[in-house]
Design a protein around this ligand. Structure first.
Ligand code: 3HC
Length: 311
């Protein structure tokens, strides 16, 4: 039985109002936001690692500058999202310690290694492409601070997406070895990218309630299909092949029909047993340890500033 407050809250959501931090909200709405936004923030943060590895290995100064800018953008996205968490009363240190302790989730995709330069292109083109499909609707979501953070994030993701496509385009127009490198990277990243959208609707415990509250606007399968429909023609345009023998265009629906996704791999990866889970977390723990002196110095400086100056 819903209370009068809950009914009034749902009416605001259905009307398209934005919910702001000072507004009353049901406990479940707040905890769903805390769960999703913290996972999202950690994804942006850990998402810097596979590409960060390539900054010193980029094949030209131009590519190095572009990659550096992109990785910095991801750090900024994490900052906006940790701020959105703070607006709900969760301290960013608390959220971050959950990540370091291995209790918090982040996107499956960042537990795969970027083995070659072409993988950097695939992360931009496919992963950021998936992020745009997922996040543009989130910019119309019901919680104001999260929705507003998405606007700028999506603009930056568009640049990331295009630089990834451009990187792969140059490779496929290059030598046979470069073309092969691009195809092999596509083979590695295609399926994990389809998993980014989350489990099938029938196995997604949170989707229904999140859509009712306007935290999610579309289901996982809907967004996955949108991504497939928009990306397959791009793959064909580049002369690459999708590593899915069952993929075909269904003339009845006008949509590409994908073969079966290996959800056991998805579950393994998000439960901590992907190729890079341990490596990612250990590198974050090490960088937290190495940054201790910076935190101490900043706290010391802040304490000094707080003491009123004597004339
Ligand atoms: N990776 C890891 N875990 C996932 C996942 C994924 N791809 N998809 C789903 N899950 C987890 C959920 O977190 C949930 O676990 P929990 O109950 O322990 O919290 C469980 O699987 C069930 O999934 P649901 O579909 O019921 O969960 P949601 O309703 O939360 O939907 C989601 C999952 C679609 C990923 C949703 O949370 C979402 O839209 N999140 C925001 C998008 C996001 O995180 N984007 C990060 C982009 S990172 C980036 O752009 C950087 C890059 O560009 C370099």
């Amino acid at each position: 039985q819903s209370t009068a407050l809950e009914v009034a809250f749902q009416t605001r959501i259905d009307r398209g109002d934005k919910i702001e931090p000072q507004d009353w909200m049901p406990g479940g709405y707040r905890s769903t936001l805390l769960r999703q936004i913290s996972q999202h923030a950690h994804s942006e943060y850990v998402g810097m690692l596979p590409e960060g590895f390539w900054i010193t290995r980029a094949p030209s100064l131009h590519r190095k500058c572009v990659l550096l800018a992109k990785v910095q953008d991801e750090a900024g996205h994490a900052q906006y999202l940790y701020s959105a968490l703070e607006s709900l009363g969760m301290d960013r240190d608390v959220a971050y310690q959950e990540l370091l302790a291995g209790r918090a989730k982040y996107l499956n995709i960042f537990n795969y290694p970027a083995l070659t330069w072409a993988d950097v292109g695939m992360i931009g083109w496919l992963t950021d492409g998936a992020a745009i499909v997922n996040q543009v609707p989130l910019s119309r979501g019901s919680y104001g601070p999260y929705a507003r953070a998405m606007v700028r994030i999506c603009q930056e993701e568009s640049f990331h997406h295009r630089q990834g496509f451009d990187l792969i385009r140059v490779l496929v127009e290059g030598t046979p070895e470069q073309r092969l490198m691009a195809q092999q990277a596509l083979d590695r990243w295609w399926w994990p990218t389809l998993m980014v959208f989350g489990p099938p609707d029938a196995d997604s415990p949170h989707s229904q309630q999140s859509m009712k509250w306007g935290i999610k606007l579309y289901s996982n399968d809907t967004l996955r299909q949108k991504f497939i429909d928009q990306t397959v023609p791009q793959i064909h345009y580049l002369g690459l092949s999708v590593p899915d023998p069952a993929l075909h265009l269904d003339p009845q629906t006008g949509h590409y029909q994908s073969g079966p996704i290996d959800w056991s791999e998805f579950r393994r990866v998000i439960m901590g047993e992907g190729q890079c889970n341990q490596h990612r977390l250990n590198s974050r723990r090490e960088s937290w340890r190495q940054g201790a002196w910076v935190r101490e110095a900043a706290a010391c400086h802040a304490a000094k500033q707080a003491v009123p100056h004597k004339e």
